[in-house]
Ligand binder design. Structure first.
Ligand SMILES: [Zn+2]
Ligand SMILES: [Zn+2]
Length: 402
């Protein structure tokens, strides 16, 4: 029985799917810059979630959006003298390469916000018709937060009145909490050539509406799991719930799952502190992708993880040990009957994964198996058995042992 921690209830809940196919939506990367290693913690976790659900016999449809339009993307494109599309195409390609380096399975759909403007207009019109959205004096369309009774249910933040209206995509946790926010942004000169002529006027979508429109289009108005990093909880996911409620009268996702932040050398990662890593940097410096992934797995996604270069090295050594053991097993012809070892290890592995996907404990079970095997001379049939167990574990973790 798989249990998942649902941010909505603040509890571990038994996972029961809504229908035949488990629908999963992830807020994917903003493709105007390299994704940082903290983003990848979320993506790596999500990959394991999908693989484990499949191992348990569920069918999964997974959607990961690419945010290819938002305030910062437009500013960055202008600064670099590129069109928005040139900029986002470049970073999308890098992102796909990085995913492959980490052996992350591709999503079934990678929708892009700029290709969903009709769906975005559609959902905004529904919210307006239902009385949850209105046109402001500046021509933008805003969500009327006071109309939505459950505002704040996901984030559990203390709500306080903020500015009347917010047009920008991001606003902090401490300011402007109870404010109406823009769904459709009327055109401003800074937007340059980034605009659409639509029924709602000339302008562009806000960031938050994009995920409501794309998840609804590809997974329906109600699906199983929405995954993101904890920094997505407020305001982004809170707005997604409000928007879907305004348009369709329900919270779009049954489970809301969030991965914790990474600490870098014991501190919060930030560009100004100089402890900011992108996966792209690390790979260029020849750090091994599987060692990076191993380190990201070393603690449950719900716990803080301290990411250090030293940690990547240590993870690499652990990987090497296991690889050595697996290699030896391929040619093993010893005398020890070791059938039970792998059964025990697999059981431990599954108990860890069933408990809200505790990859830290699952790795321990794999390491223990490897260690136990290194101390004996397994016979041929035990070796085959143990190899099969490693294969199964690897199909879930994706560490490229085979
Ligand atoms: Zn999300
Ligand atoms: Zn999103």
């Amino acid at each position: 029985m798989l249990k998942l921690f649902n941010t909505l209830s603040r509890k571990k809940e038994e996972f029961t799917p809504l229908g035949d196919v488990v629908g999963i939506y992830t807020c994917g990367p903003s493709v105007y810059q390299y994704a940082h290693i903290g983003n990848f913690r979320t993506f790596v976790f999500e990959d394991v979630l999908v693989r484990y659900l499949r191992f348990k016999g569920f069918r999964v449809k997974r959607v990961m959006n690419l945010t290819d339009i938002e305030d910062k993307a437009i500013t960055t494109a202008r600064k670099k003298g590129k069109t928005l599309q040139e900029l986002t195409e470049y970073y999308a390609r890098i992102f796909f390469e990085d995913m492959e380096e980490l052996n992350l399975l591709p999503a079934d759909v990678f929708p892009r916000a700029t290709q969903h403007v009709p769906e975005i207009i559609e959902i905004i019109k529904k919210m307006m018709a239902n009385g949850y959205a209105y046109r402001g004096k500046d021509g933008s369309v805003y969500y009327e937060v006071s109309k939505f009774n459950d505002w704040g249910e996901l984030s559990h933040l203390k709500l306080k009145p903020g500015k009347k209206k917010i047009k920008r995509d991001e606003w902090g946790e401490d300011s402007a909490i109870l404010s109406d926010f823009a769904l459709w942004k009327s055109y401003e000169l800074e937007d340059g050539d980034v605009f659409w002529e639509t029924e709602l006027g000339k302008g562009r979508p806000g960031w938050h509406i994009e995920c409501s429109a794309m998840s609804t289009k590809h997974l329906g108005t109600r699906f199983d799991i929405h995954v993101g990093g904890v920094d997505n909880i407020y305001p982004h996911h809170e707005t997604v719930i409000a928007q879907n409620f305004g348009a369709y009268g329900e919270n779009p996702s049954k489970y809301w799952i969030h991965a914790r932040h990474l600490m870098i050398d014991g501190r919060k990662m930030s560009k100004s502190a100089g402890n900011f890593f992108t996966l792209h940097d690390l790979l260029e410096k020849k750090y091994e992708p599987m060692a990076i992934k191993y380190l990201l797995f070393s603690k449950s996604y719900r716990r803080r993880l301290n990411f250090t270069l030293e940690g990547i090295k240590e993870a690499g050594e652990k990987l090497e040990n296991i690889r050595g053991v697996i290699d030896r097993l391929k040619y093993a012809n010893g005398i020890d009957d070791a059938e039970k070892i792998s059964m025990k290890a697999m059981k431990k592995f599954q108990i860890a994964m069933d408990d809200n996907l505790d990859t830290g404990k699952a790795l321990k079970a794999m390491e223990e198996l490897s260690h136990a095997v290194s101390l004996i001379q397994p016979d041929k049939s035990s070796s085959e058995n143990i190899l099969k167990t490693f294969r199964t574990m690897d199909s879930i973790l994706g560490l490229r042992f085979f």
